[in-house]
Design a protein around this ligand. Sequence first.
Ligand code: SAM
Length: 372
Amino acid sequence: MNAIFDTLRRWPDVEAPGLVAVDAADRLILDESAERRASAQPGDVVVFNDAYGALTLGAAHAGASGVRTHIDALTGERALDANAARLCLTDRYRSAPLDDSLVSGARTVLLRLPRSLDALRDIAGLIAAHADPDVVVVAGGRLKHMSVSMNTVLREHFGRLDVTHARQKSRALIARAPHDGRDPSPAAAQVEGLEVRAYGGAFAGARLDIGTRLMLESLPDALPGGTPDDPLIDLACGTGIVGAWIATRHPGVHVHSCDQSAVAVASARATMRANGVQDRVAVVRDDMLGTRPSASASFIALNPPFHSAAAVTDLIAPRMFDDAARVLRPGGQLWCVWNSALRYRPLLERAVGDTEQVARNAKFTVTVSTRR
Ligand SMILES: C[S@@+](CC[C@H](N)C(=O)[O-])C[C@H]1O[C@@H](n2cnc3c(N)ncnc32)[C@H](O)[C@@H]1O
């Protein structure tokens, strides 16, 4: 098994010393599920929340076939495909959306515990609703990312929960006897006259992040662009709160909201429908602005991410600034909010062009950068 782990890469997600494609929690989940997988039939094994393919390909390498897998991040899904191609295992699995088609009839589920309890609740409910009644769920994570609340959430949908000993700062929770299954439905709230919808794990849930609020309150009354060919871009849209805010305050404008997270995209589509702006706001799952043409946009709004899988990193935002610079036409604007401690201004100047501070409070800075 170690030989396949050595070949796994995070690409096309950020790669840097200290950012790994497989860790001790992945190995523990595979070890704890090995006996169960040994007698699995094709289609029995389902994987949730793999980071870069360690669980899916570890199971496939050990003989599993017809594996169904769901990775929330598009970069993770693409890394899995690239890793599988290198290992000649592409015919052993298929990616599926987070719905009954992923989990129906599953007998062994390998689950990398998500950081968000709401995301775990959605996953646990979905498994309980559609997996085989005899299903065994092997859910693992790093101790630093686990809490006893995860046991409580799993007990909402499973009658039996066993907890393994810790190994290499990781632990697995083994859940059996599913009950009270339910399909995920988004949390709903009204924020500043907007309807917000959030499936478990979407950034900030059905709330307005305080950094995002500062950026939205700083936007001018008139925004450049907004036509079908030059839509206002809501990059890394999360629940779609920025796109919906803009679309509801500027009747008639067209907006393009995009995020690489499947849960974010589902949430943003639900947010747009709830505000009646779904005809003017396209919501797209994309790695940064991969589907947008170069030099085509007049306006991009961004609250950049600082997570890559479980790791906290400041390496993603600079990549987003570069892609925003590619997509902006000369004179186009990148509006950005960032934690003031991160000192993004020189990066924005270098990637995009002249950068002005528009607002600042105790924690956040809002800037507008004009494409040179
Ligand atoms: C700080 S949240 C901002 C969400 C939303 N705009 C808001 O202000 O509430 C950052 C978002 O970046 C997304 N993200 C991370 N990496 C990405 C990538 N490579 N391409 C597109 N979106 C990405 C995350 O899924 C997350 O929804």
